[in-house]
Design a protein around this ligand. Structure first.
Ligand SMILES: Cc1cc2nc3c(=O)[nH]c(=O)nc-3n(C[C@H](O)[C@H](O)[C@H](O)COP(=O)(O)O)c2cc1C
Length: 354
């Protein structure tokens, strides 16, 4: 799979492996270590201003001459449902008190869909790859990025989304299974179709002519080889990179992942208002019955942001969004170079029938 791999050549990397963009968890240190290990290094830029994006991109470039993927969100505008926001504010007040945080803040958007200012910053920096989650920006933006030489990737969680993305000009599709850690990238329907990668991947591969990258629940060489057998041209791994040495997530997050199993994760809207998979904790338990009553993405983030950051600082995982995929039981604490080397060796020996 890795010798003379066509997709790797298109991506410009040594291996057709993407360290997943992870807003809030991927950093220049992680992305450049992945790029230096022969993979595509990614940054989740959804919460960044254009200025912060530029600083982060420059930091990546300063640490590696490898291939980088800058990732953005394209979510639909939220509705201002103040009744829902007021209801959640009341529910969260006791937690704000428990952590000594004072009043629950007013809701306001925290993640901004890709727009003109960010386009200008990206066109100036020209990363090799620009990827999107929750759909694609308008055609003129996609065209401007392609004219600047950027490859365009986006996530599909159904066959229909994959066909739609291909029609709209993406170069490569990331097939994201229901197992995946973090947010589900669905965008054509109001709810995720909940299809696992084993079923999703061959159906997307059959439906489109662009290369397909498999994402969700891949944690070692067995997963990479399986994705390859199902028609993937490459893989994207997120959770596995979170426990690596170069990951800068809180120690309590890493320790939770290192001690977790597949049955410890669940899909929840409780942190952001959109379904995302993470390790079950006190906050998710408490909010579970309210899952369908929450304000739209990304408004919920305003309400949960202070809870998440304060509990992380206190080394307390009760209120943190511990995003993780269903293969979390496979994670190890290694350097990214060691992890990637092991992934390659395992995959090659499986595919060689050893
Ligand atoms: C902590 C975390 C944050 C994530 N943030 C993003 C993001 O900002 N953009 C994106 O396209 N995908 C994001 N994802 C999803 C990943 O791109 C990918 O689909 C997923 O990690 C693959 O599943 P795995 O975690 O089981 O490897 C995130 C995943 C995690 C674990």
């Amino acid at each position: 799979m890795f010798n003379d791999n066509k997709l790797a050549k298109t991506l410009g990397a040594q291996y057709p492996i993407i360290q997943a963009p992870m807003a809030g968890a991927s950093t220049p240190l992680m992305a450049s270590a992945a790029a230096n290990a022969g993979c595509v290094g990614s940054l989740g830029c959804a919460m960044m201003s254009a200025e912060i994006y530029k600083q982060n991109f420059d930091a990546c470039r300063a640490q590696s001459e490898g291939v980088f993927n800058m990732n953005f969100f394209c979510h639909a505008p939220h509705s201002d449902d103040l009744d829902k926001a007021n209801m959640v504010t009341q529910k969260l007040a006791p937690f704000y008190e428990e952590l000594g945080l004072g009043d629950v803040p007013q809701v306001k958007p925290t993640h901004f869909p890709f727009g003109a200012e960010m386009l200008e910053a990206v066109l100036k920096s020209r990363p090799q790859i620009v990827s999107f989650h929750f759909g694609l920006p308008p055609t003129h933006i996609v065209e401007a990025l392609k004219e600047a030489g950027c490859l365009i990737l986006s996530s599909a969680t159904t066959r229909e989304e994959a066909i739609d993305l291909e029609t709209r000009g993406v170069d490569i599709i990331v097939a994201q299974g229901w197992e995946a850690g973090g947010h589900q990238g669905y965008y054509l329907k109001n709810e995720s179709s909940k299809i696992g990668l084993m079923s999703l991947l061959p159906q997307i591969v059959d439906a489109v002519s662009v290369p397909v990258i498999a994402a969700g629940g891949i944690g070692d060489g067995r997963g990479v080889a399986a994705a390859y057998m199902l028609g993937a041209s490459g893989v994207q791994l997120g959770t596995s990179f979170l426990t690596c040495a170069e990951s800068e997530v809180a120690r309590v997050y890493k320790d939770t992942l290192l001690n977790a199993n597949g049955e410890d994760t669940e899909m929840t809207r409780a942190f952001s208002g959109r379904p995302a998979r993470g390790i079950t904790n006190k906050y998710i338990d408490y909010m579970r019955h309210l899952d369908s009553e929450l304000p739209d993405f990304p408004l919920m983030n305003t309400l949960t942001g202070p809870l998440k950051s304060t509990s992380a600082k206190q080394g307390n995982s009760d209120f943190m969004s511990l995003w993780a995929g269903q293969s979390v039981g496979l994670v190890k604490e290694k350097t990214i170079a060691e992890f990637v080397e092991q992934l390659i060796t395992e995959t090659q020996s499986i595919l060689a029938g050893k």
